[in-house]
Design a protein around this ligand. Structure first.
Ligand SMILES: [Zn+2]
Length: 63
């Protein structure tokens, strides 16, 4: 009898392998969002799927 373990891969596990589509820097998982470590754009995560679309990203420091 063999059991196939299903590793629970958290978002933070692979978030570091994603790149910001704007500046291609690393992304940092913060709760339900991904934040670029360089330009600080915030990408929403909808239903567990990161939406890496520059138009939908919210620049957090442009106000
Ligand atoms: Zn960026």
């Amino acid at each position: 009898m063999t059991t196939s373990p299903q590793p629970v891969t958290g978002l933070a596990t692979w978030a570091g392998e994603l790149a910001c589509p704007v500046c291609f820097s690393a992304l940092h998982a913060t709760g339900d969002t991904l934040t670029c470590t360089a330009c600080h754009r915030i990408y929403p995560i909808t239903n567990g799927i990161p939406i890496l679309i520059p138009n939908r990203a919210e620049p957090s420091q442009l106000k």
